[in-house]
Design a protein around this ligand. Sequence first.
Ligand SMILES: N[C@@H](CCC(=O)N[C@@H](CS)C(=O)NCC(=O)O)C(=O)O
Length: 203
Amino acid sequence: MKLRYSPTSPYVRKVSATAIELGLAGQIERIPTNTQDRDSGIAEHNPLGKVPALILDDGGVLYDSPVICEYLDSLHEGPKLFPEAGPARWTALRQQALGDGLLDAAILRMLETVRRPEEFRWQVWIKHQTAKMTQALDRFEAEASKFGEAPTIGQITAGCALGYLDFRFPDLNWREGRPGLAAWCETFNQRPAMQETLPQAPK
Ligand SMILES: N[C@@H](CCC(=O)N[C@@H](CS)C(=O)NCC(=O)O)C(=O)O
């Protein structure tokens, strides 16, 4: 398998952390991909032009991160990151959606605040995305005490989303007023899958 990736993408981090949790990282060749470069060939693998995209040994391609993570989870017989049936499955999938949505809002805010020239920034939009981030963080705070011992895709996504906030929004102080989530994150971050995939600014 080959993974098209960019080093700071939190969605790629989900896939990388999942592969490490499942003992599959050694089976994945990593292809650095600059999605802004039309010659990178990303569009041949993902018409949406986004990473992560996983190229399978038979030439098929999977995207996006929820699909890739569930595929990797299907390749082993051990404890599953995607619970197989019942309420635990729906909780894990919903928490994954909540973490992905937190990331989507954070990235939209980052593009509007950091990337767009100041005179073109739209404050209403920034406020709108910030409200989504706050609401998602509050929801995770309400659920953190119920996270189980065994990791799920919901927890991996939450961990990667919080790591992205630390990386891109160090002044946001998301821990303030959210002691349960902060404590959970501290413990979860000790997992090798999280330590080995910490986001790093390009040199
Ligand atoms: N829902 C997708 C989101 C992937 C995504 O937005 N990736 C970003 C990198 S963080 C990307 O490739 N952006 C390039 C673009 O939008 O052109 C997933 O979960 O994989």
